[in-house]
Write a protein that binds this ligand. Structure first.
Ligand SMILES: *Cc1c(COP(=O)(O)O)cnc(C)c1O
Length: 359
């Protein structure tokens, strides 16, 4: 591939922090970089507590476990998303109940959530899809007190009604995978403003071991910790939060300017200030044509995820027409902070050519 889907943006401070952590022998799951990374995350999101984890998917598992979700429970999950939320539900022995998305935001549709809630529903997961926050006020209205888990893995730097994402649900998670806006290679975090929930999560993430009594295990736990070396990268990345968020926004602005206006853009709700994770284009019937043309020129663009309802572990026969429509038409274009203008121009040119040739 001549133009990759995503590239990391690692600076000098990231390298120096890693060397510093290694030199001082702080290389496992505790250390000052972890403390500083967690503090920076609470600052950036407004959540009171942050717990760094080995990746975002484990943070989702941890959130479910801290809420007490387990065998026999039902958790409502959007049908159009990267699969991690649905998989996390299955990993704790619960069952994901898929919900169609709202075409106005591509996020879980609160009115459809309302009709899916039953006596055994124990939580709702909302995903801030491709940087656009879900409608948390509307979700609260229909949730009847059920806890809401916010998956903000793709939404670093986005705002919901003027507040940074990461503090809208009862608990939120972020991912710092290599293709996410802020990255530590692999990594994630759990965010919450509920102290009891934060304590429970920290306990589970640390072997269930009492913070006051070594080798005394109060609950069944596991090891979900991020290493101090990884957090050292994270601390340097957090200092560049605005730069990295803005870098992707600039790429999106150029795509927006240079791509044929007959293509439909990602919708934005009036109450949302989305961030750009990957620039998404609604190519309609031309999705495959655009994808194939870009592939021919060595550009690693991606069709958006298929609806989970079509996949073997989550197969569901209900009507998911909005998810299907988006899955059939949207394509994600290469996006990263610091992407060369020339790349964006070439990609926009190929996309426009497809439109021009077909018309
Ligand atoms: C990337 C992502 C995750 C978690 O990813 P990890 O690779 O486990 O860090 C979870 N949910 C969504 C919506 C994602 O895009």
């Amino acid at each position: 591939m001549a133009i990759r889907f995503s590239n990391i943006n690692i600076g000098k401070a990231e390298l120096e922090n890693v060397i510093d952590a290694m030199r001082r022998d702080w290389i496992s799951g505790s250390g000052d970089y972890i403390d500083r990374f967690e503090a920076a995350l609470t600052q950036a999101t407004g959540a009171k507590y942050a717990i760094a984890t080995a990746n975002g998917t484990l943070a989702l598992v941890l959130a479910l476990q801290a809420l007490g979700v387990g065998r026999g429970d039902h958790v409502i999950v959007p049908n159009l998303t990267f699969a991690a939320p649905a998989a996390a539900v299955r990993m704790v022995g619960a069952w994901p109940i898929l919900c169609d998305v709202d075409p106005a935001t591509w996020t879980i549709d609160p009115q459809k959530v309302r009709h899916l809630i039953r006596h055994d529903t124990t939580a709702i997961i909302a995903v801030d899809t491709l940087g656009h926050p879900a409608d948390y006020d509307a979700l609260r209205d229909v949730a009847a007190g059920l806890p809401i888990i916010q998956d903000a893995a793709e939404a670093h730097g986005a705002f919901y009604k003027g507040a940074p994402v990461g503090n809208q649900g009862d608990v939120a998670i972020m991912s710092f995978h290599a293709n996410k806006t802020i990255t530590t290679g692999e990594g994630g975090c759990l965010l919450t403003s509920d102290q009891a929930l934060a304590d429970r999560a920290r306990l589970i993430a640390n072997h269930g071991m009492s913070p006051d009594r070594r080798y005394w295990h109060e609950v069944v736990g596991s090891n979900y910790r991020m290493t101090n070396v990884t957090a050292a990268i994270g601390v340097a990345q957090m200092a560049r939060w605005d730069e990295l968020v803005e870098g992707r926004r600039q790429v999106a602005a150029l795509y927006d300017e240079w791509i044929d206006n007959r293509f439909i853009r990602r919708p934005t709700a009036a109450w949302a200030t989305p961030s750009t994770w990957m620039f998404a284009l609604d190519a309609g019937e031309l999705q495959s044509a655009v994808y194939e043309a870009l592939k021919l020129y060595g550009v690693d663009a991606r069709r958006i995820w298929r609806p989970l309802s079509e996949m073997p572990p989550y197969e569901t026969a209900r009507d998911f027409s909005e998810s299907v429509k988006i899955a059939d038409s949207v394509i994600m274009l290469p996006t990263w902070a610091g992407m060369r203008r020339g790349y964006i121009e070439v990609i926009a040119g190929i996309v426009n050519l497809v439109k021009g040739t077909v018309r």
